[in-house]
Design a protein around this ligand. Sequence first.
Ligand code: PLP
Length: 341
Amino acid sequence: MGKKDLAWESIGFSYRETDKRYVSNYKNGEWDKGTITSDATVVLNECAGVFQYCQSIFEGLKAYTTKSGSIVTFRPDLNAERMMDSARGLEMPPFPKERFLDAIDQVVKANADWVPPYGSGASLYIRPYMFASSPVIGVKPAEEYQFRVICTPVGPYFKGGVRPLSICVSDFDRAAPHGTGHLKAGLNYAMSLHAYMEAHQNGFDENLFLDPATRTFVEETGGANFFFVTKEHEIVIPKSDSILPSITRRSMMIVAEKYLGLKVTERPVRLSEINSFVECGLCGTAAVISPVGKVTDHGREIRFSDCQEAMGPVTKKLYDTLTGIQLGTVEAPEGWIRKIC
Ligand SMILES: *Cc1c(COP(=O)(O)O)cnc(C)c1O
């Protein structure tokens, strides 16, 4: 065995079947002991809960090869906790945190040859997920569930690398007030796909979704949180109960304050005020930290002056520090890096 023969520098963000995955099944009120398997197929009853009422949740995190050659994950404990929150929100049995961490370690170790090398710009995307596996026909939670962890090597999420993104204000909402927007549940993404395709057909990279109650505040895109930078280099983060609590964003806020000495404010952000910001960006495991050049609101263009050709200076510092922590070239805060092998 040795590293797979892939063109690591040019792999895109797509699924590529790897060798091993982790599976555990929930039955009679408990999770079984779980196992690593080579079988990439799932066979389910035609009436399984996931097909009928969409009881399905997931997570996303990455494994990196550090400069010193170790393979590590970044704050997987927060993915474990968020997945437990998502499970409770959809009446599914939470998968215990310690077992989640162990499952991730096992999958990464079993697929070590698929972890892109240091310096390639690629990483191993890890997708833990859980779905209702037993039949339901009346609207209620299923009795049985499967927890699975798969992984696939990925390059940058957005085509064109660090070219600033062009985003449009969506006419659709991604979440309901007091709904499930804060949970990583498949149902939130199914209904964002139409908006996504429409944005693409109109030449935009992504949607900016507004708060569903008043449609005046900035929420997020289909898969990443927003941040803004003021002229005085203060970081402003939209606050709302229906935004997915991004681990990248929460980490970036700490990096901004503790490593870069920047002021960080989390507050509701009006769409009508974003023209006052000089930089805008997206953050998430897949998006990492990506610059946004402009937001288009029904023909009105809002340009972020410091993010026109490339990342603005503050976005660049955030990106360099955060990715440095992940790749082992910048010292990490206690407990952020989990060494796997
Ligand atoms: C997963 C996700 C994010 C990013 O969260 P990370 O923990 O940083 O990967 C942001 N918004 C949405 C809607 C997401 O699904």
